[in-house]
Design a protein around this ligand. Structure first.
Ligand code: PEP
Ligand code: MG
Length: 757
């Protein structure tokens, strides 16, 4: 049964459109069960009826529309109850409705299973038999399993049909997850990751010599690229590190990769295909070796292969031109994709995977780009060259919208601009409530592509500098000198305020291409401080670079991510001390006048275990910073990137509010400074609640600064207290959301929670 089931799903998955998929389902299910009839009815929610879309066994003429109103027949009953019905003699059931036109009278037994996708009934799968008999438990389980598997396939195929236009002649819209607020109108631009061996589709050629020529040229370009890279780093990396470039050059030699690739090309494969085949073969061989050093070389071979591939692909002349008003659409939006599109062209983005809490979404918000995430049922190519409206408040995407809708959205966009202008009026004022309570507004940097700090207005620090981004943009770990230059520039630019630099927080959804970590549960795995403490050489180099960058400026503070235990704090402090003494001694040896200062060290409160160790950890560090993004993820056990459970990820969850109140109260008792640097601090409602809880430092992306400042300057702290008391007594996140939305509406700022004034 299992293979039959897998085969059906496979065939349906490969079907080019919904009709073919449904035909395949009914034919194969009927054959597999040896039943007389198999049919699929799909729900038309607008017409409130179930439409017979495909059948094997019933009489359905090509242009005949057969439907049952919602509530009619056993079809509706199974859908309404959301469970299968197994009836030996359907005609005797009080809910039975005979559809004579299709010859249904001949059948007695009926098995109906609802097809449900993301809690929504899409339709039903019905099997019928002449002979009156109950279907066996096994048959029932088969149909139920198949219906569950087909739900995603049908949703996918429906979305495809919807987008390609043959399914619905009316307005086409898709619903995703609101990722970054705002409204964008423009043309889809499909973003693809840089050269990837895995995405090369094997192709043959009739002109092997041309392909060999292309390959040799790509190898030459790769050699030059490696030589340049080696030169760039020669000044500051150790000899043995440099040796890796010689190893790479050696691999490119004919005796290594070169000959093998050319042989494949002579066998009739295109250059890209040959590179993929040979490199993947080499990688597999290295990975199979027992020696861990040699296993690691698999990474180098893959890297080298992708470098050659990228040159081969560039040669194919895929120079990119962007639409003037560009909506970036990608399977998974990455930082480099965002950076590649000129800011003026980039209006909005759609990421088929991921959710509003992913780092790509944070980046979109920090750039002020409306975004929708989690349109998992739509194939990427179907959005290509479409005109789109992206509603970053509701998560809706409209495809080739009619003029009237476009005009409505143009109005909303204008209103957004007016609101932005209004809140910008207070830009140079401090954040202070009407009754004089001061809040320090700081900036989250690192994910920020926009460096124009002159336009930030009044800010009192960089509350979170995510150092991992420069690491992600490279093809190897940045050297101490490279890091020093980067950090120095940031510390210098913001020399009048504190700059909180967080040590490397990779893992989770922030992978490094050159340091792959394969884990079942990356967010619960080797992430942040866990990884860097296991690699003190990486941690020490980073801290040394920070300390050296801080010389003479003294505005650095160091923040440790993902801390779970006291031991981690001890170990990290020991390494920071070691780095401090190393740099101090080096300065003394160089007879330099400059002195280095020991920076303040803080810990992120983002793993729930920290909630109950504030006192013990507080004795060892200077400050705390609450990362609400991860605290929400870990407290509620919801993967922040998984669109399937995104509905559960909610910073207004009363459990989270109580946890945050606990941290604020405890830190006040311990007299430990505490700030919030998660996204909640930049959310209008979130900021109001946090301030009411007692947080006096909020760090957020620059895009949110103006509105949070404006909101705080237009409320009275006593009003906030009332709001908080009500919020803490709510039992559901939606109740909290309604409360804060009402408050914001009263302040004339409803437009920040939904489109419009
Ligand atoms: C957080 O978890 O809230 C946070 C600020 O860190 P990041 O989003 O980078 O994980
Ligand atoms: Mg975090």
């Amino acid at each position: 049964m299992l293979t039959t089931l897998q085969r059906i799903v496979e065939v349906v998955n490969q079907a080019p459109d919904l009709d073919t998929a449904l035909e395949a389902i009914v034919q194969r299910v009927r054959a597999a069960l040896g039943s007389d009839v198999c049919s699929v009815y799909l729900a038309d929610h607008d017409a409130r009826e179930f439409v017979l879309m495909a059948t094997e066994g019933l009489r359905l003429e090509p242009n005949q529309r057969v439907s049952l109103e919602f509530g009619e027949g056993l079809i509706s009953l199974a859908a309404q109850r959301e469970e299968p019905l197994n009836i030996a003699n359907a005609a005797e059931h009080p809910n039975f409705k005979l559809v004579e036109s299709v010859g249904e009278e001949a059948y007695s037994a009926m098995l109906v299973a609802p097809i449900i996708h993301q809690r929504k009934v899409l339709g039903v799968l019905a099997v019928q038999q002449k002979q009156a008999r109950a279907f066996s438990g096994e048959e029932e389980a088969f149909v139920v399993t198949l219906a569950a598997q087909l739900a995603a396939v049908i949703a996918h195929a429906e979305a495809k049909g919807l987008v390609s236009g043959h399914y619905s002649p009316w307005l086409r819209n898709l619903s995703g997850l609101a990722g970054a607020p705002g409204v964008a109108i423009g043309e889809a631009f499909i973003g693809r990751p840089a050269a990837k061996l895995s995405s090369v589709v094997p192709r043959r050629t009739e002109y092997p010599w041309r392909e060999i020529h292309k390959f040799r040229k790509a190898v030459l370009q790769t050699r030059m690229e490696l030589r340049d890279l080696a030169k760039q780093v020669a000044a500051y990396v150790a000899e043995d590190t440099l040796a890796i470039f010689d190893v790479y050059q050696g691999m490119l030699d004919a005796a290594s990769l070169g000959d093998a690739v050319e042989k494949k090309i002579k066998d009739g494969w295109m250059a890209q295909t040959a590179v993929k085949m040979v490199v993947e073969d080499f990688v597999a061989q290295f990975e199979d070796l027992d020696d861990s050093y040699l296993q690691e070389r698999a990474v180098d071979v893959r890297d080298l292969g992708q470098r050659i591939l990228s040159h081969l692909q560039e040669r194919n002349g895929q120079a990119q031109s962007f639409p003037n008003a560009c909506i970036l659409v990608a399977e998974e939006v990455t930082a480099s994709m965002l950076a590649a599109i000129p800011r003026d062209n980039l209006q909005g983005l759609i990421s088929l995977h991921g959710s509003a809490n992913s780092h790509a979404a944070i980046m979109a918000r920090s750039m002020g780009i409306p975004a929708v995430f989690g349109l998992t049922d739509v194939p990427l190519t179907y959005l290509s060259e479409k005109h789109l409206i992206v509603d970053g408040y509701s998560g809706d995407v409209f495809i080739n919208p009619p003029t009237q809708l476009l005009e409505e959205y143009e109005v909303l966009r204008r209103e957004e601009l007016e609101l932005a202008e209004k809140v910008a009026e207070d830009r140079d004022q401090p954040a202070e409530t009407e009754d004089g309570m001061q809040v320090s507004l700081q900036v989250n940097a690192g994910l920020n592509v926009d460096h124009g700090h002159e336009r930030w207005g009044h800010y009192e620090g960089i509350g979170l500098y995510r150092t991992e981004i420069p690491f992600m943009m490279r093809e190897r770990f940045p050297t101490e000198q490279e890091q020093h230059e980067l950090y120095r520039q940031t510390l210098q630019t913001h020399r009048h305020v504190p700059v909180v630099m967080r040590t490397l927080d990779i893992g989770g959804d922030k992978p490094l291409s050159y340091f792959p970590i394969k884990e079942e549960n990356p967010f619960l795995g080797w992430r942040g401080i866990r990884m860097t403490l296991d690699h003190p050489e990486i941690f020490l180099v980073q801290v040394r670079a920070m300390l050296r960058a801080n010389i003479g400026l003294d505005n650095l503070q160091i923040l440790l991510p993902m801390v779970t235990t006291l031991d981690e704090v001890d170990e990290a402090s020991r390494l920071i001390n070691q780095a401090y003494f190393e740099v101090r001694n080096e300065l003394a040896q160089e007879d330099r006048e400059q002195k280095i200062q020991r920076p303040k060290v803080g810990v992120m409160v983002e793993v729930p275990a920290l909630l109950y160790q504030l006192e013990a950890v507080g004795r060892k560090v200077d400050f705390f910073s609450v990362g609400t993004n991860d605290l929400t993820q870990y407290l509620l056990a919801v993967d922040r990137n998984n669109s399937r459970v995104a509905g559960l990820y909610d910073t207004y969850n009363p459990a989270l509010l109580h946890a945050l109140q606990h941290v604020a109260t405890r830190c006040a008792e311990l007299q430990k400074p505490v700030s919030v640097c998660g996204e909640m601090a930049g959310d209008p409602g979130g900021a109001l609640l946090l301030v009411a809880m007692g947080y006096r430092t909020l760090s957020m992306s620059t895009h949110n600064l103006d509105k949070i400042r404006w909101i705080l300057r237009h409320v009275d702290s006593k009003v906030l207290q009332v709001l908080l008391t009500q919020a803490l007594s709510c039992s559901h996140p939606d109740q909290v959301r309604r409360l804060v939305t009402m408050k914001l509406e009263a302040l004339g700022l409803g437009g920040f929670v939904r489109a419009g004034k």
